[in-house]
Write a protein that binds this ligand. Sequence first.
Ligand SMILES: *Cc1c(COP(=O)(O)O)cnc(C)c1O
Length: 368
Amino acid sequence: MPEARETQLEIDLGALAHNYKFIRSKISPEVKFMSVIKAYAYGNDSVEIARKLEELGTDYFAVAYTDEGIRLRKAGISKPILILHPQPVNYPEIIEHCLEPNLYSARTLQLFTDLAEKMNQENYPVHIKFNTGMNRLGFTEKNFEEIPKKLKTTGAVKVASAFSHLAASEDWQERDFTLHQIHRFQKLAENLLDHLDYRPIFHICNTSAIFNYPEAGFDMVRSGLGLYGFSNDANLDKNLKPVGTLKTVISQIQDLEEGDTVGYSRAFKAEKATRTATLPIGHADGINRIYGHEKAGVFVNGEYAPIVGNVCMDIIMIDVTNINCKEGDEVIIFGGPQHVTQLAGAGGTISYELITGISQRVKRVIIQ
Ligand SMILES: *Cc1c(COP(=O)(O)O)cnc(C)c1O
């Protein structure tokens, strides 16, 4: 790969393949794999990532919203796609594009079934969500009966899968709670099976659960973060390869004298002769203001350079006083010498937020 000449997110499909195979090796061969590629495949590029995952043999995809699924269908992705959080207004498009809705309440089950009947569908694949403690979306034991009641009166839909989501699968302190969630899911699953004459796919594990609760694989696992090279666990991270590397370049070098200030609100004051470099990336690209004021930094020619002053919309300034560098040199924001988790931590956030926040303005470059 030649040096970056502008801000770009390099997406390494070889790393994706490595991660997919590593995660697969942690589950039984008969357990299906759902690749979670919501939010542009966690800020990467959902179409390129989906194509590669289809080639690698993923069984299912999941995205959050209907438009994300439509985008994949238009790009020719043919594997089933679960829409995790559709709104009823999207249901006609869901059917039109052969997408599969998560139905998480009596209301959504009723509305989707009504439409499927109106559109003369038979056994249209839908997914039932159980709320086992996350308290975000899903049926509980209290309104479970609405499911068989509805399913008995219609042939328009068929339950392709039933699933739940763990609230703290990465946190060993919450092990009892997680085991309780898994147990609750097991009971709800059995209850549902009593009412069906076929067996849907059951699934509850996200990336951290695949590693921490391998006994809870059921029929399928859902992995997002792990595919992109992170695991919420520094030890496991060693087995994964980050897919994205965010790079930029030095636009200009500034030599400051003692007392000079840098950027908006004069937020950085040079206490001695200081050399800064100006970079073409800012908060509109996803490098939030929280990273300014030397809270975080980037890497120039292998050396750490703190971000000084306020992060601007399109620009940041870094301190390169002790770094041998020149205008046009490549700068690494994350990837390589700087792990995403490290940068995210410096800003008081998590890898998920940092990588999904890299805006669509940043050019994506695919590496095979
Ligand atoms: C985002 C999401 C996942 C993926 O979680 P990771 O921790 O990234 O593996 C799985 N299931 C649901 C319901 C999600 O919303």
